[in-house]
Design a protein around this ligand. Structure first.
Ligand code: GLU
Length: 461
């Protein structure tokens, strides 16, 4: 996976090298050399920190748990990115996710660099007391490199506000008397977190899709009708469709369930969420699923969707129970991917029927699959564009911590959607005006910003 981000960054640099309107001060050999330097800088993290946390378990045994913090790039501000708690975490994955954070923050004008952390464990296999100890150890081992103006972690897969509260408290006790509210984001509201942070990623994911297919389309119908882009045709086909758009959502956690609820409640587009899935099942109903009832059920059952007729009756939901991977191959208009990475890849790409795919998770579509789908006119709204709601509200939380002034939930959502709208308004005209897929357009934009800043900071010579 690591080479994929690198490859797209390199393609973006190659395109920019030829574009003489970009950094016109750089010419000839000096230009070539500067672009080679940019390739080297952006394809490698600044720092890779690794430790083995020594943790005494409740059964008396002592274990060593591998843990990482990768600091990819801080040209635009302090390193920023979540800490993933998952048994499959590995060095390459954390490096790739950290570089995606650099690109994501640059794309949305969030004044941060990119970082990511990871702890190799299955959080379900540890008691609350043990997890608390693991979080404290993580901060103890990495406290020198973290801080509100250095590197600011947040939740990621497998972690949430409970872990951020514990980590911030440990940071505070290691550095008494120093500013600590901005050391971690994604905290609970009572502990300095922001209203709306939990829902932010899912809301932003749905918003990018709605904005593309409704708001932007309404404003730019003529431009799209005159465009030669195959993607413009895909968008206009949906616009002309008489029947409601059918939606399937893979993953029903913090991101997928919120995106599904947004779709269910959407007043702007005629929608039907016909399928949702989690690690156990896919639930399907051609007439549309009752998303609020499913959310209520999962909140009472450890986050899991109903898996039997009995549980469906308890949830008061009508649905057919299917295999968990079926969600990917349904004959739907739109597919939201809000589970894990590498879900659509070389071997299953031909089975995908949706014409719009939205990446709620990080890297759920591999670059081969993306290229194949894009060639067929499928619009893939990429992770760095669609799932930035989390880090945008993290930024609002960090600012609120500094100012000790707190925004209402309404204000948080207004600022979040305004930021995402600004990005979409910058990216979409280019996307519908050239033949590149949306991911490539986003990367080019981020790489342009990072290159200009690195050049002006004198880092290229
Ligand atoms: N883990 C989230 C992401 O991948 C949020 C990061 C943050 O809030 O810093 O974007």
């Amino acid at each position: 996976m690591i080479s994929q981000t690198r490859m797209i960054v390199q393609d973006s640099l190659d395109a920019l090298l030829e574009d003489t309107a970009f950094l016109p001060g750089l010419e000839g050999e000096a230009r070539k050399q500067a672009f080679t330097s940019l390739g080297a800088i952006l394809s490698t993290p600044n720092h890779l920190h690794k430790s083995f946390l020594r943790v005494a378990l409740e059964n008396g045994s002592v274990v060593r748990i591998p843990a990482f913090r990768v600091q990819h790039n801080n040209a635009l501000g302090p390193y920023k990115g979540g800490i993933r708690f998952h048994e499959s975490v590995n060095e390459d994955e954390v490096i790739n996710l950290a570089s995606l954070m650099t690109l994501k923050n640059a794309l949305h004008d969030v004044p941060y660099g990119g970082g990511k952390g990871g702890i190799v464990l299955d959080p379900r296999a540890y008691s609350e007391k043990e997890l608390h100890l693991i979080c404290k150890k993580y901060v103890q081992y990495f406290s020198d490199i973290l801080g509100p103006d250095k590197d600011i972690p947040a939740p990621d897969m497998g972690s949430g506000e409970r872990e951020m509260d514990w980590m911030m408290a440990e940071y505070k006790s290691i550095r008494p008397g120093q500013a600590y509210k901005g050391s971690f984001t994604g905290k609970s509201v009572i502990n300095g977190g922001s209203l709306g942070r939990r829902e932010a990623t899912g809301k932003g994911v749905y918003f990018t899709f709605r904005y593309l297919l409704h708001d932007f389309l309404q404003k730019q119908r003529e431009f799209l009708s005159n465009s030669e882009s195959i993607f413009a045709k895909t968008a206009l086909d949906y616009d002309n469709s008489e029947s409601p758009l059918t939606i399937a959502v893979q993953g029903f956690g913090n991101v997928g369930s919120v995106a599904a609820l947004e779709a269910y409640q959407c007043q702007h587009l005629q929608n039907k969420v016909v399928a949702v899935s989690d690690r156990n099942v896919t639930l399907f109903n051609a007439d549309g699923l009752d998303i609020p009832s499913l959310i209520k059920f999962t909140s009472l059952h450890g986050g899991d969707l109903p898996t039997t007729e009995l549980e469906l009756a308890e949830a008061n939901v009508k649905a057919a129970i299917q295999n968990r991977s079926d969600v990917l191959y349904l004959d739907v208009d739109v597919l939201f991917l809000a589970a894990l990475e590498d879900q659509i890849h070389d071997t299953n790409k031909g089975k995908i029927k949706a014409r719009i795919i939205v990446e709620g998770a990080n890297a759920p579509v591999t670059s081969e699959a993306d290229e194949y789908l894009s060639n067929k006119g499928v619009i893939v709204i990429p992770d760095i564009l669609a799932n930035a709601g989390g880090v945008i509200v993290s930024y609002l939380e960090w600012m609120q911590g500094r100012e000790t002034q707190f925004y209402s939930e309404e204000e948080v959502y207004r600022l979040l959607l305004e930021k995402m709208k600004n990005t979409m308004d910058t990216i979409l005209p280019a996307f519908f005006g050239d033949p590149h897929p949306l991911r490539q357009n986003c990367y080019i934009h981020s790489v342009m910003k990072l290159s200009t800043v690195l050049y002006r900071q004198g880092k290229l010579y």
